[in-house]
Design a protein around this ligand. Structure first.
Ligand SMILES: O=P(O)(O)OC[C@H]1O[C@](O)(CO)[C@@H](O)[C@@H]1O
Length: 448
């Protein structure tokens, strides 16, 4: 079976033309080249570009060894991080794990839980209660090392772990992944003597899934990180500027979505027909949202899980404002087999499906949806994975990253900064009376 992911833009062609797309081929190539020669905006954040092909065997082995050491001690690992510091791990882990992973007995790998991605008091209390009688460890990830949400969660979880196993043993169960030399997490991890991994300076959080940020948690979940990286290496080659536009799926996707945007399709909805892909969409939303949503422009990134959301947002997608297009991540072959049984009485009227695969029903839902949505004025892009495995997901991650860099340059923005996220932080710090924010505190409190 073909192991390569495919892009199909044919169902956008009633809305934009092949000529529109071809006319932007040279621009896409220029943008791709600008990424590679470092001549574009944000060029100090291009470390992700050649990351797959530059990961060494020694680096992978070190990550696998750390994962093995943590596995030997911990039945649960809490991954502390927010945004790019956890979404990539969660996306890969969820897409490649059993859908009921946390309920499995006789486990070979620890259960991975998440914290520091919200400030929910109930969430933390319930997490602590669950961890009470568990042997657990913590991977604390923050590039800046100063983000409030993970720092808060880590303070609480660290104290709990030290209480349970003592300060010395806790050090063997905590790994910090952060900047090479700066930030509160760096200082804390150095002082406490935790095992540390570095997020390279030139790799932004949302592009960091193939650094230890993603690879360590993913390895802990029992997923083959070598195959994941191999898939990304393949896509790195296939999307290089030297690959012609007609064959370069990152360039084609970048151009297509920008042409649709120019035609008023301001919202891109990433859709899946496989519940395991939910967090791929969450990761994708951050990647594109933070990269392109600036200078008062950029496609708004939304996501739906089908067929579930056909029974909620399906109405809007079919008949709401015609400002959307859909990108469907489709999985060609399931990993398991289940056919619809025959029922003598046929009270549910489903015998017409007897003997058919569940996936066949799903595929007809997918095809029916595509035809309905295109008929309803929603252009459709399809990204097809041969199946859910490490090699496909590795390709998908790099494909979306590369296309995002090109797309941001086509749009004319810096796809590697996120100045807008500071606004809420400044207000929150002012409202919390954080030292250093005295003037802001005074100003904001007058407005309340
Ligand atoms: O890894 P850090 O520095 O904690 O940042 C987490 C996330 O917060 C952001 O900086 C936005 O606030 C994201 O870009 C990033 O992925």
């Amino acid at each position: 079976m073909d192991k390569v992911i495919k892009l199909d833009i044919s169902k956008t062609l009633g809305f934009i033309s092949q000529a529109d797309i071809n006319s932007k081929a040279a621009l896409a190539k220029k943008c791709n080249e600008a990424l590679h020669d470092g001549s574009g905006k944000g060029n100090d954040f291009l470390g992700w570009l050649n990351l797959p092909s530059s990961i060494t065997d020694a680096q992978l082995k070190d990550i696998e060894d750390t994962a093995a050491a943590l596995k030997a001690k911990c039945e649960v690992i809490v991954l502390v991080g927010i945004g790019g510091s956890y979404l990539g791990s969660r996306a890969v882990i969820d897409s490649l794990s059993n859908a009921f992973d946390w309920l499995q007995k006789d486990r070979k790998n620890p259960v991975i839980l998440y914290a520091g991605n919200n400030i929910g008091e109930d969430y933390l209390v319930e997490l602590l209660a669950y961890l009470k009688d568990k042997s657990f460890g913590i991977i604390n990830i923050s590039k800046s090392g100063t983000t409030t949400e993970p720092a808060l969660a880590f303070r609480i979880l660290k104290a709990e772990l030290e209480k349970a196993v003592g300060k010395e043993e806790a050090k063997n169960r905590i790994v910090a992944i952060t900047d090479a030399a700066r930030g509160a997490l760096y200082t804390l991890a150095t002082k406490e003597g935790y095992k540390k991994y570095v997020i390279p300076d030139n790799v932004g959080g949302r592009y960091s899934v193939l650094t230890p940020v993603g690879l360590l948690p993913i390895a802990l979940a029992g997923i083959d990180i070598r195959q994941l990286v191999a898939g990304a290496v393949y896509m790195e080659k296939e999307t290089a500027p030297s690959v012609s536009f007609e064959k370069n799926i990152a360039e084609i996707y970048a151009v297509t979505r920008n042409e649709l945007y120019k035609k008023g399709k301001k919202i891109e909805i990433l859709a899946n027909f496989n519940p395991k892909l939910h967090y791929i969409a969450e990761w994708w939303k951050q990647l594109y949202g933070e990269s392109e949503g600036k200078e008062n422009k950029g496609i708004f990134n939304a996501a739906v899980d089908f067929t579930a959301d056909l029974h909620s947002m399906g109405q809007w997608i079919q008949e709401g404002e015609r400002s959307i297009f859909e990108t469907v991540v489709s999985v060609a072959q399931p990993n398991e087999t289940l056919t619809v049984p025959t029922d003598e009485e046929n009270l549910d009227g489903l015998n017409f499906l007897a003997g058919k695969r569940i996936d066949f029903v799903n595929k007809m839902a997918e095809l029916g949806t595509q035809i309905a949505h295109v008929d309803g004025g929603v252009p459709n892009i399809k990204v097809e994975l041969p199946k859910l495995d490490e090699y496909s997901i590795g390709q998908l991650l790099y494909f979306f990253e590369k296309a995002c860099g090109i797309s941001g340059y086509i749009l004319g923005v810096n796809p590697f900064d996120q100045p807008g996220v500071e606004a809420y932080k400044k207000n929150m710090f002012a409202l919390l009376d954080k030292p250093g924010f005295e003037k802001e505190s005074e100003a904001i409190k007058k407005r309340l």
